[in-house]
Design a protein around this ligand. Structure first.
Ligand code: FES
Ligand SMILES: [Fe+2]
Length: 453
């Protein structure tokens, strides 16, 4: 349990908050490239509690500026997209990509008033289907930090599919489900192993790493994973061990990428890197980059499948708290642990939304399986302390960021009698060696030593 003050400290992200200051030191997903693909590439973006407008100008350059006109507050999402910026339809004030007001056509001839009017603007960079923004403090002439060399950025565009979805809860509780390896044995439990229909156990279709045991069965039969957490260059590596009755060990390696992303294996060939990006304190978007180490991804099929489960333009899930997530008690008896259908994203959504917009952590009781959550909160608190002390250099994953690779996210099986420590690195190395694009070396192999808990 924690105090209300401490809970506020780690969850609230608006301007002037401590957690918000930490998140602002990292590139944040602001929109999907898809959202700007229409005839008029202008979209509202609310990020970390700030109302902004994102646009692509006639030259293909991106701009992200304050949403409300600095004259009398009209909404620039309705602005005229012209002359490399947005012109407010109310009185014609024109804002450049830099946020600078460059024209006030209704003011007297020769007026220089506009020179002192500049709205907020943030640097934006497009990477494999997602437009990222940097909202940290930058002095005139400073450049924003470099991007890490994570697999999802390093892979060619043909091997990455990006999508997003709205969750009506605080970003932290959304992220915490991703660093909780125990929940899959319960929340995502499928009560049968055969496919009663297409889509059943879709995300667990692979046999668990050459075990010939369906992943659904393995998770169900071994609900008490041994969980180890290591510090890593990108944040944390979480190793979940399920010791099988025949002496083999199932090893699942997942990651927390500081501050608010995770990277997990989806199948033998595919990983998911997923950010939990605050809109306001009480809602967030997940942004996922599905990265293939094998064949190119089929973006049309992947997009169409997910668009069936979401409504535009908000990417709001079709199943949600207003329709009880499709909860069906009969299904809960016979098919799934939740009774909420076959899509595990819906299970996660229920798990993170049902505590309310901001989970009341004064009432929680963490157990052994929550070790990664405990460690993560410690990291976040340390990062906030460092910023409060003016020590920006102490933030995780910022030192020489461009050299940080991986992270390794994989399922593997260690034979009976063999140690599990090497098997996942060997599997990862094999996968990278066979990869058609230059998948690098994974991540820092020396991080293995020490720090295990
Ligand atoms: S409110 Fe935008 S120009 Fe007047
Ligand atoms: Fe989950």
């Amino acid at each position: 349990m924690m105090s209300r003050e401490k809970n506020d400290r780690i969850t609230r992200i608006g301007p002037g908050t401590e957690a918000g200051a930490v998140l602002r030191r990292y590139w944040q997903p602001a929109a999907l490239t898809d959202e700007l693909s229409g005839p008029r590439p202008v979209v509202p973006v609310t990020l970390l509690g700030e109302r902004l407008v994102l646009f692509r100008d006639e030259e293909g350059e991106l701009g992200l500026i304050g949403r409300h006109c600095l004259h009398r507050g009209a909404d620039l999402c309705y602005g005229r997209l012209e002359d490399n910026g947005l012109r407010c339809p109310f009185h014609g004030w024109h804002f450049a990509r830099t946020g600078q007001c460059v024209e006030q056509p209704g003011e007297p001839e020769g007026s220089r008033m506009h020179e002192n009017i500049r709205t907020v603007s943030y640097p934006v960079v497009e990477k494999n289907g997602i437009i990222f923004a940097y909202m940290g403090p930058l002095e005139e002439g400073d450049t924003p930090p470099e991007f890490p060399d994570y697999d999802c950025f390093r892979a060619p565009d043909s091997h990455v599919f990006a999508f997003k979805g709205l969750w009506e809860c605080n970003w932290l509780q959304a992220m915490e489900v991703g660093i909780d390896p125990a929940h899959a044995s319960f929340l995502h439990r499928f009560l049968q192993d055969e496919d009663p229909e297409e889509g059943y156990g879709r995300q667990f279709r692979d046999k668990a790493a050459n075990t010939n045991i369906p992943m659904t069965k393995l998770l169900r039969d071994y609900p008490r994973p041994e969980i180890r957490v290591e510090e890593a260059e990108h944040g944390m590596r979480i190793i979940s061990l399920r010791h099988l009755d025949d002496g083999r060990t199932h090893v699942r390696v997942t990651n927390q990428i500081f501050p608010e992303a995770i990277c997990i294996p989806m199948s033998r060939e595919m990983t998911i890197t997923q950010w939990h990006v605050p809109i306001h304190d009480g809602n967030c978007y997940w942004y996922s980059m599905f990265t293939s180490f094998g064949e190119p991804v089929n973006k049309e099929v992947m997009r169409e499948q997910r668009l069936r489960e979401h409504t535009l333009p908000d990417y709001a899930p079709v199943k949600n708290k207003r329709n009880n997530y499709g909860y069906n008690p009969d299904e809960q008896e016979s098919l799934t642990y939740t009774g909420m259908g076959l899509d595990i994203n819906v299970h996660d959504q229920w798990a993170v939304e049902s505590p309310g917009p901001i989970q009341d952590r004064t009432q929680e009781h963490l157990g052994k399986t929550d070790v990664a959550i405990i460690r993560y909160r410690r990291m976040l608190n340390s990062a906030m302390d460092a910023l409060a002390a003016g020590d920006d250099g102490a933030l995780p994953a910022t030192d020489n960021a461009a050299a940080i690779q991986g992270p390794v996210s994989i399922d593997a099986i260690a034979p009976a009698g063999a140690g599990w420590e090497d098997v996942w690195r060997d599997s990862d190395r094999e996968r990278r060696t066979a990869c058609s694009w230059d998948a690098g070396i994974g991540d820092d192999e020396t991080a293995m030593s020490g720090a295990a808990e």
